[in-house]
Design a protein around this ligand. Structure first.
Ligand SMILES: [Zn+2]
Ligand SMILES: [Zn+2]
Length: 255
């Protein structure tokens, strides 16, 4: 059987954590069914890819959860490297429409030529790529950027990614259940109603409703770093009876 894994190229985060680089912000590299998927290449992603002995040329699919800079800042650099300046075209890029088209797209026009197919995320989108089903789910409440939940499934593995957004009840039924691994962008310890990000309390509700086998928290703010991500993960785990891993920069998890 093929080995599946995910590597956390970065685990930032809130604005200060990203833009003072208190944690790296390179996104995640998912290796599923021998397909390489780069998710949310934030500032420094290209450097983190090489630092982790990975090669952009090996990326098959690019996924942007939303257009905010902490998730896309390095997409152009990585595309330039992965496609050798559009000479070697890559198969697929998945992103919300407002990240690729419209007034202020995040991908440079000339680099778009390096991608064979663009698919826009929306509720209930599904695309299959070499045995991996990539789906987008419920629309998040996240100011200034269309944002959707994402999942990556093979015949026997299911990885679910809950990107940034404010918690609302619809999320409890808007995601697939029983994931092998569920990744939560967990920015605060306690809910902050004025800011569109998940807290540890929200993640507890989501895990109890959706029952993943294992969870990872990432995308930390200073608030979480001060509280110690290990302690926050332990607290969520105790309230859900589910293993919860606090992501660390460069951490690799076998799925
Ligand atoms: Zn965002
Ligand atoms: Zn974010």
């Amino acid at each position: 059987m093929l080995k599946d894994w995910i590597k956390f190229l970065g685990t930032a985060g809130g604005r200060v954590v990203v833009f003072r680089q208190l944690r790296h912000s390179g996104g995640m590299w998912l290796h599923l069914n021998d397909v390489n998927i780069l998710i949310d290449p934030g500032p420094g992603s290209l450097i983190r890819i090489f630092e982790n002995n990975l090669d952009p040329k090996d990326i098959d699919v690019f996924v942007l959860s939303h257009r905010h800079l902490d998730h896309v800042a390095d997409i152009n650099s990585v595309l330039e490297s992965a496609t050798e300046s559009t000479k070697n075209k890559k198969d697929l890029l998945i992103a919300p429409k407002d990240a690729v088209e419209g007034d202020d797209p995040v991908i440079l026009k000339y680099l778009k030529k390096g991608i064979k197919k663009f698919i826009h995320t929306q509720e209930n989108m599904e695309v299959e790529y070499k045995g991996v089903k990539i789906k987008s789910h419920i629309k998040h409440k996240h100011k200034g950027a269309d944002t959707y939940g994402l999942s990556f499934e093979t015949e026997n593995k299911k990885v679910v990614y809950v990107p940034c957004g404010k918690f609302f009840e619809g999320m409890l039924s808007g995601y697939p259940e029983n994931a092998d691994l569920m990744i939560f962008n967990t920015t605060f310890v306690k809910p902050k109603p004025a800011i569109d990000h998940l807290s540890a309390e929200d993640v507890i509700k989501l895990i109890n409703a959706l029952k993943p086998k294992k969870a990872v928290i990432t995308h930390f703010s200073v608030d979480i770093l001060k509280s110690n991500p290990n302690e926050v993960a332990k607290y969520i785990s105790e309230n859900t009876n589910t293993p919860v891993i606090p992501a660390a920069d460069g951490m690799k998890i076998t799925i």
